[in-house]
Design a protein around this ligand. Structure first.
Ligand SMILES: *Cc1c(COP(=O)(O)O)cnc(C)c1O
Length: 473
């Protein structure tokens, strides 16, 4: 170690000195002493590392390492602890079910139910008629069965959990037959073959990537078969020379051989979307009509509710799933149940659900209405006369996202923003760093804000954000 480094190390402040500085200007307010002391230790340790690194040629050192400087850094980090990390953002990407942006926004009444149910105690597992212990799923079972036509329902933490639980219950130590064309990865490290392995089911692949025949399934059935599984390919499509076996045929086979049949739908939608130009998505009701034993899907994809895994199907099969001890580890919480119950109520009238549930509204809104909203936003921003920013309207395409309707482009209208003084990538970053972040995409030299995923109520965040970026506030 050279002398210069040794000298620098000697200038490092003592923890007590840093604390003394902090005490003088009340930095302790709202944070307990232990946390402050720990932060001081951390900062001094980092300073020491910086000095030692510079000795090894790792970066130059600027200024001195005073107690004041350390205190300033501690103060900054203490303040940051009071900032909420998980926050509201404006989804201007046009991806309706954006998994990184929290997927489905909740309806107003779902939010109200969350507050009502969780402000005090609730009857989460208490049967008010009998004054006895009840089951948590019972709060949404009736409405789910009523809307879907299922015999019974179980709700768990998310669809990944639903798939794991159902596979473990029905096929642990036994073979689960699945087509090679359906061995998918959803993203976020959810791969069907890996989940199957963790569930204890033995994967029995049949067919090929693009073609699987009925005889492939038929030939695979043996004494060790526990389950026939069909998986919605969600985020991709195989086009061209393809063949897959419909669920109805698999149910027939299952019945003949006395093997349960499960369909992981992924998204799961109650509203027929073909009316709105989306092809090839059977509704949950249609899927259940085939007689499948178990059907699973997410609460926060096309259903438009909170994160949840919904398991529908035959009572005898679901009774087995209910008894699985894993169920306890994957159980749903009361906030989610409250929101799910409120969301499901919109589906009692399917025609109204399309208007009331935001993801369905975004998906089915006529492009002419999106354009009207874009023009209103344009007028609002032009009125601000922000010299540095220019705005225009363009036609583009939105996407469903969340592994739903993968190849179907949805015509939309976007607001294009350009700045005279900063590059598109810097503009994108500045939008992202606003108090209410606006998440947008870059296209050539422009930033695009897709109006399909932006509501009129969110205009205020865009207006304030643009003013701030233009330096007016
Ligand atoms: C999205 C998806 C899942 C996972 O659902 P989560 O609710 O995200 O856990 C599982 N299977 C399929 C086919 C999916 O599309």
């Amino acid at each position: 170690m050279d002398d210069k480094i040794r000298e620098l190390l000697k200038t490092l402040p003592k923890i007590d000195e840093v604390i003394l500085v902090l005490e003088k200007d009340n930095a302790f307010e709202g944070v307990s002493r232990d946390i402050v002391v720990e932060k001081c230790r951390q900062i001094v340790k980092e300073m020491r590392k910086t000095i030692l690194n510079s000795g090894k040629g790792g970066g130059k050192i600027s200024g001195t390492f005073s107690a004041d400087r350390a205190a300033q850094e501690v103060r900054k980090r203490l303040l940051a602890l009071h900032d909420y990390s998980l926050r509201r953002v404006v989804n201007a990407t046009g991806i309706i079910l954006h998994t990184n942006l929290g997927r489905a926004p909740l309806c107003g009444d779902a939010l109200k139910r969350i507050i009502d149910v969780s402000e005090g105690y609730s009857n989460l597992e208490f049967n008010l008629d009998e004054g006895k212990r009840g089951l948590r799923y019972d709060h949404v079972r009736e409405i789910l069965c009523c809307v879907s036509g299922a015999e019974d329902a179980i709700i768990v933490n998310n669809n990944a959990a639903a798939v794991l639980l159902a596979l473990n219950t029905l096929s642990e130590g036994k073979e689960a037959i699945v087509s090679r064309g359906e061995l998918i990865e959803i993203g976020g490290a959810f791969r069907i073959p890996e989940v199957m392995e963790k569930s204890g089911a033995i994967l029995r692949e049949v067919g090929t990537t693009n073609r699987t025949h009925f005889s492939d399934y038929e030939n695979a059935v043996c004494n060790d078969t526990g389950l026939i599984l069909k998986v919605h390919t969600s985020n991709f499509k195989v086009l061209g020379f393809t063949d897959e076996i419909g669920l109805d045929k698999l149910v027939e086979l299952g019945k003949k051989k006395n093997i349960p049949v499960m369909n992981d739908l992924g998204s799961g939608c109650f509203v027929p979307l073909d009316k709105y130009g989306f092809e090839g998505e059977p509704t949950v009701q249609e899927v259940l009509k085939t007689g499948a034993d178990v059907v699973t899907f997410s609460g926060d994809k096309l259903l438009g509710g909170p994160q949840a895994g919904i398991i529908l199907g035959k009572k005898t099969t679901l009774d087995k799933i209910k008894k699985n001890p894993l169920n306890r580890a994957l159980r749903i919480d009361k906030l989610t149940l409250a929101a799910l119950e409120a969301t499901m109520m919109h589906y009692l009238d399917l025609d109204r659900a399309v208007d009331d549930v935001r993801v369905l509204r975004s998906l089915t809104e006529p492009v002419a209405d999106v354009e009207k909203r874009a023009r209103r936003l344009l007028a609002l921003l032009e009125k601000l006369s922000l010299k540095d920013l220019t705005f225009s309207i363009m036609e583009e395409y939105s996407m469903a996202g969340g592994g739903s309707l993968p190849t179907q482009e949805i015509p939309t209208v976007v607001l294009a923003v350009t700045s005279r003084s900063i590059s598109p990538s810097r503009l994108e970053r500045r939008l992202r760093k606003l108090e209410v972040p606006i998440i947008a995409r870059i296209f050539e030299d422009k930033i695009l804000l897709d109006l399909r995923t932006i509501t009129e109520e969110e205009f205020v965040f865009i207006k304030d954000g643009m003013r701030r970026i233009a330096g007016l506030s």
